[in-house]
Design a binder for this molecule. Structure first.
Ligand code: ARG
Length: 467
C-alpha cells in the first residue's frame, strides 16, 4: 500500500524503497500512532467532518488494531511498510474496509509523525527523569553511609586538599539534579499538539485543535502549522540532554576507574559490574564504567548529527527529518540504561576508608591550612604561601611528610613554627572543620546538604508520581 500513488506510474526502485523505509524503526511508535488517529477521528466526528457512523466505525477499527497490537508483542514480525503510519492505514482497511479511506481527511503524515514523536518524547523524558532520580537516590544513600571516609581532593589530578567522600558524591548529586531540571523543562516544551496542522498550512476543516490537544494529553496546540510540522528542536534537546547526562556519567566513571585502580584503591566496583581478562588471571577490569565513557562519545555524535540535520532545512517538512528517530531512540535508550547501571554501581560500591586516609597523609594536603594559620597571625597571604611552599620543598627533598618534620628544621624556614602550627599541619580533620561555608566540605556543612538533598529528592519523587 502507498499513500500517494495517484500521480505516479511504474514501480519505485526497490533499492530506493529499502533506503527510504522507516517502518523497521518507527514501528516503535505504533501505540502513539493509534492513539493520535483515534483522537483525530473522534474530533472529525465532533466537528461533523465525518458522519457519526463513519467516525464510530473508524474508531472501533483503530481500537481493534490497538488491541491486536498490544496482545501480540511480535505484531511487526514479517510485516513491511513504508512507515508505521502507512502500516496503520493498511491494517485499518483490512479491519473496517473502505471507510478506512476517510481516516486521513485533513491530516498528513507530517502532523501525525510530529504528534507521535512528541508523545513518545514526553514518555521518554519522564522515564529519563525516573532513571535520574534513581541515580540521585543511590548517590545520596552512598553519601550518607560514607561520612567517615576522608580522601584527598584533587585538582589537575594532583592532591589538593582533604575532602569528605560524601562531599565528593554530593558534587555529582548537584550535576544530575541540574540534568533532572533540564528534562522537566524539555518536557514542558514538547507538550504541544501538532495535530490539525495538516501537511504544512493547517487543516481545511473546522477542527478544534485545542480540544484535540487536550484529548491527546497535550497541554496546548502548537500555534503555527509550519512550525508544528517541521520543528524538531525538542527532539534535539532531548538528545542533547541525554548526551550531557552521559558526559556527567562519564566523568563519574572516569573518577571511579582511577579510584578503583590498585594504585589508588579508594573504592572497589562490585563483581557484577566488573570483568576479567582472558589472559591475566588477576585482572578486575571496570568495563561497565569504560562503556559508559565510550557511549558518551557516541551520544555526542548524535547531537552533532541532529544539529546538522536541522541546519539549513527549508521550511516546512522535509524527508530528512525522518532521521531524527534514529538519533532519538538510541540517545534516550542509552541514557536510561547508563543512568540505571550507574545507580546500581554506586549503590554496590565498596569503599576503603583506610586507603583513603593513608592517601591523605601524602601530598601535603594541609599546606593551605598552614598558610591560613600564618594569615591569622597577621602574615600577608602571599608571604605565607611562599614560606609554606619552601617548607614543602624542604620536606620533599628529604622525603618527609609534614608529620615527620622536626620543629627545629621547620623553624629555619618558618620562624614562628610552634605547637599550634604543627597541629594544623598534621590535622586532616582540622582542615575539614575549617571549611564550614555553605557548600564546603566541613562535616557539619555536608550533613546539612545531605538533609537538603533528601528533602529535594522526596519532593521530586512526589511530583513525578503526580504529573
Ligand atoms: N516516515 C516519515 C517521517 O518519519 C513520515 C512522514 C512522511 N511525510 C512525507 N511527506 N513524506 O518523517
Amino acid at each position: 500500500m502507498k499513500l500517494w500513488g495517484g500521480r505516479f506510474s511504474g514501480r519505485r526502485d526497490p533499492l530506493f524503497e529499502r533506503f527510504s523505509e522507516s517502518f523497521s524503526l518507527d514501528q516503535r511508535l505504533i501505540l502513539y500512532d493509534l492513539r493520535v488517529n483515534q483522537a483525530y477521528v473522534k474530533e472529525l466526528g465532533r466537528a461533523k467532518v465525518l458522519s457519526a457512523r463513519d467516525a464510530r466505525a473508524l474508531l472501533r477499527g483503530l481500537v481493534a488494531v490497538e488491541r491486536d497490537v498490544t496482545r501480540h508483542p511480535d505484531w511487526a514480525r514479517g510485516q513491511s511498510s513504508e512507515d508505521v503510519h502507512t502500516w496503520v492505514e493498511a491494517r485499518l482497511e483490512r479491519q473496517v474496509g473502505t471507510v478506512a479511506a476517510r481516516l486521513r481527511t485533513g491530516r498528513s503524515r507530517n502532523d501525525l509523525v510530529a504528534a507521535d514523536t512528541r508523545l513518545f518524547l514526553k514518555d521518554a523524558l519522564r522515564e529519563l527523569e525516573r532513571a535520574t532520580l534513581e541515580l540521585l537516590e543511590s548517590l545520596l544513600a552512598q553519601a550518607r553511609k560514607s561520612l567517615n571516609a576522608v580522601m584527598p581532593g584533587f585538582t589537575h589530578l594532583q592532591p589538593a586538599q582533604p575532602i569528605l567522600f560524601s562531599h565528593y558524591l554530593l558534587a555529582y548529586f548537584e550535576m544530575f539534579s541540574r540534568d533532572f531540571t533540564r528534562l522537566e523543562d524539555c518536557r514542558r516544551r514538547a507538550d504541544e499538539s501538532p495535530m490539525g496542522a495538516g501537511a504544512l498550512a493547517g487543516a481545511a476543516y473546522p477542527i478544534d485543535r485545542e480540544r484535540l490537544a487536550r484529548e491527546l494529553g497535550f497541554a496546548r496546540a502548537a500555534r503555527n502549522s509550519l512550525d508544528a510540522t517541521s520543528a524538531r528542536d525538542m527532539v534535539l534537546e532531548a538528545i542533547w540532554i541525554s548526551a550531557l547526562t552521559l558526559v556527567h556519567l562519564s566523568r563519574l566513571a572516569e573518577d571511579f576507574i582511577i579510584y578503583s585502580s590498585p594504585s589508588f584503591g579508594f573504592v572497589r566496583v562490585a563483581d557484577a559490574y566488573s570483568t576479567g581478562s582472558s589472559l591475566m588471571p588477576q585482572k578486575r577490569n571496570p568495563d561497565a564504567l569504560e562503556l559508559i565513557r565510550g557511549k558518551a562519545a557516541t551520544l555526542i555524535g548524535k547531537v552533532a548529527g541532529m544539529l546538522a540535520l536541522l541546519k539549513g532545512l527549508p521550511l516546512a517538512y522535509n524527508r530528512d527529518l525522518q532521521e531524527d528517530k534514529f538519533a532519538l531512540f538510541d540517545s534516550v535508550d542509552t541514557a536510561c540504561d547508563a543512568l540505571r547501571l550507574m545507580a546500581r554501581l554506586v549503590r554496590t560500591l565498596r569503599l576503603n576508608p583506610a586507603r583513603m586516609a593513608r592517601a591523605t597523609a601524602l601530598g601535603f594536603l594541609t599546606a593551605t591550612d598552614v598558610a591560613d594559620e600564618l594569615v591569622r597571625r597577621g602574615v600577608p597571604f602571599a608571604q605565607a604561601h611562599q614560606q609554606v611552599g619552601r617548607l614543602v620543598n624542604f620536606c620533599e627533598a628529604r622525603n618527609l611528610t609534614f608529620g615527620e618534620l622536626n620543629a627545629s628544621q621547620a623553624r629555619r624556614i618558618i620562624p614562628s613554627w610552634d605547637a599550634k602550627l604543627i597541629a594544623v599541619a598534621k590535622s586532616i580533620s582540622g582542615s575539614l572543620e575549617q571549611r564550614q561555608v555553605v557548600g564546603g566540605t566541613a562535616p557539619s556543612s555536608v550533613r546539612r546538604e545531605l538533609a537538603r538533598a533528601a528533602r529535594l529528592l522526596a519532593r521530586r519523587s512526589r511530583q513525578l508520581a503526580h504529573d
